[in-house]
Design a binder for this molecule. Sequence first.
Ligand SMILES: [Zn+2]
Ligand SMILES: [Zn+2]
Length: 117
Amino acid sequence: MLFNQKRAKKDKNRRKMTREETEAFYNSPRWRRKQKAILRRDHYQCQLCKRYGRISEASIVHHKLELAEYPELAMDDDNLVSVCRKCHNKLHDEKGAKAQQKRRYKHEDRYSGERIS
Ligand SMILES: [Zn+2]
Ligand SMILES: [Zn+2]
């Protein structure tokens, strides 16, 4: 909901979550449960593809407002959206941070169960 996003944006000086904290979050049972609930809510369809009239299977639950910056929205349904891998990559590329492109997104790896060998 917009209300949450506005409220979150106001408060800019909070401390960010550390890498360890976000990893712990993505490993937590409550996040796994939440992911499943969100995918079910979105009918396992990528919500971005859907906007363009395409149907793709969603495998990733993405935080619209980044987890590290907005930990209070970590479990907020309105901040979570099911997306496919392609759209997910795009979402993170759009932010443009080169450092971000290099690391892999934990929430992506966790759910899909795909392993890089
Ligand atoms: Zn998509
Ligand atoms: Zn994401």
